[in-house]
Design a protein around this ligand. Structure first.
Ligand code: NDP
Length: 317
C-alpha cells in the first residue's frame, strides 16, 4: 500500500519535480492540487510521472471556497493523507496596483499564506488519521524571508509590523499585513514569513499531541521556474546566469524537487519545527542543515497572533 502526499502547485517548477521524485520511489501516490487541470496533466506527462502514481484534483488557493471543496474532493477519494506539501506561490514584482482574491484579500498573501493556512487547518484532521509512522506537513520557505542571510538583505525587507492590516480585516483599502502602502515584492516576502510562522505555530500547537512532523525548507535559488514569469524579460534571462556564476546559489528545478521529496520522505528529516537549508552556495552533494530563521519568523507571540487573525480571515474563528 502506497502512502499519499498532497502537493499544492504541482503543475510547474519545484512542486512538479517534487511530485515526480516522490512518485518515482514507487512508495508514494501523489495528489497534485492545482488550479489548471489540463496544464497539470500535460506537465505530469511531460516530466514522465508514471500514470498510475498520481491524481489531479482542482485547488485554487485564491478562493477559500475552493480550498474547502478540495478537501471534500480529496476525502471522497477514500485515500489516507500521509503528507501535505504547501508549495504553490505567486510572485508579482512589477504590479503597481494590488490584485484581489475571490474573498477580497490581496492576492499574493491570500494565495501563499491564507489559502494554505486554511488548507493546513482542515487537512490536519486527515493527517491525524494517517497510519504512516511519520506523517508530515511541509511548507516551502525562502531565503528572502530572512534578513540575517545575504539573500534576504535586499530591500524591501519583509516586516509584518504589528499585523495592523490583518487586525483591520485585510480588505480594501488594506493591502499589506503591516497596514502600510502596497509593495508587491514585500507582499511576497511577508507571505513567506507567514509560511514559516505558520509552520512554527503548527509545531507548537500540534506536534506533541499528534506526532505529525511540521517543517519548512529553502530549496535553493531555483532561478528558472515560472515564479519569475511576471518579472522583466531581461531579469528572467540574467537572473539564472547571475545565480549560477556570481552567487553560486543556482539549483535546478529537478534538484530542488528532490530536496522537497527528502524533507517529505527521508527518515533523516523527521524532526518537527525545523527549517532546512542546503545553504546559498551550491556544491555537489551538499548536505542539508537546520537553518536559523529570521527574528520575525521566530517570534512566538507573533506566530500566535498571526494564527488567531488568519483563522478569522479564513472563517475558522
Ligand atoms: P512556480 O511558479 O514554477 O510554481 C508555482 C506553482 O504554484 C504553480 O504550480 C502555480 O500554478 C501554483 N499556483 C499559483 N497560484 C495558485 C493558486 N491560486 N492556486 C493553486 N495553485 C497556484 O514557482 P516555484 O516552483 O519556483 O515555487 C514553488 C515554491 O518554492 C514557492 O513556495 C516559492 O516561494 C518557493 N521558492 C522558490 C524559489 C525559487 O527560486 N524559485 C526559492 C525559494 C523558495 P499554475 O501552474 O497554474 O500557475
Amino acid at each position: 500500500q502506497k502512502s499519499t502526499v498532497v502537493i499544492t502547485g504541482a503543475s510547474s517548477g519545484v512542486g512538479l519535480q517534487a511530485a515526480k521524485a516522490l512518485a518515482q520511489t514507487g512508495q508514494w501516490h501523489v495528489v497534485m492540487a492545482c488550479r489548471d487541470l489540463a496544464k497539470t496533466e500535460q506537465a505530469a506527462q511531460t516530466v514522465g510521472i508514471p500514470q498510475d502514481s498520481y491524481t489531479i484534483i482542482h485547488l485554487d488557493l485564491a478562493s477559500l471556497d475552493s480550498v474547502r471543496q478540495f478537501v471534500q474532493d480529496f476525502r471522497s477519494t477514500g485515500k489516507s493523507l500521509d503528507a501535505l506539501v504547501c508549495n504553490a506561490a505567486i510572485y508579482m514584482p512589477l504590479i503597481k496596483e494590488p490584485l484581489w482574491s475571490v474573498d477580497g484579500y490581496e492576492l499574493s498573501v491570500a494565495t501563499n499564506h491564507l489559502g494554505h493556512f486554511l488548507l493546513c487547518n482542515l487537512m490536519l484532521e486527515d493527517l491525524k488519521k494517517s497510519s504512516a509512522s511519520e506523517p508530515r506537513l511541509v511548507i516551502l520557505g525562502t531565503v528572502t524571508h530572512n534578513p540575517k542571510e545575504l539573500g534576504g538583505k535586499i530591500p524591501p525587507r519583509p516586516d509584518l509590523g504589528n499585523l495592523q492590516g490583518f487586525e483591520a480585516g485585510f480588505k480594501a483599502p488594506h493591502t499589506m499585513i503591516d497596514g502600510k502602502k502596497f509593495e508587491p515584492v514585500k507582499a511576497y516576502k511577508d507571505s513567506k514569513v507567514c509560511n514559516v510562522l505558520t509552520m512554527k505555530e503548527l509545531h507548537r500547537r500540534y506536534h506533541e499531541s499528534t506526532g505529525i512532523t511540521f517543517s519548512s525548507l529553502y530549496p535553493g535559488c531555483v532561478a528558472t521556474t515560472a515564479l519569475f514569469r511576471d518579472h522583466y524579460p531581461l531579469f528572467q534571462k540574467l537572473f539564472p546566469l547571475f545565480q549560477k556564476y556570481i552567487t553560486g546559489g543556482y539549483v535546478s528545478e529537478e534538484d530542488a524537487g528532490k530536496r522537497v521529496a527528502e524533507v517529505v520522505a527521508d527518515p533523516a528529516y523527521n524532526e518537527s519545527g525545523m527549517y532546512w537549508s542546503w545553504g546559498n552556495r551550491q556544491k555537489k552533494d551538499r548536505k542539508s542543515f537546520v537553518q536559523e530563521v529570521s527574528n520575525e519568523a521566530s517570534d512566538d507571540d507573533k506566530a500566535k497572533r498571526l494564527w488567531e487573525l488568519s483563522a478569522k480571515l479564513v472563517g475558522l474563528a
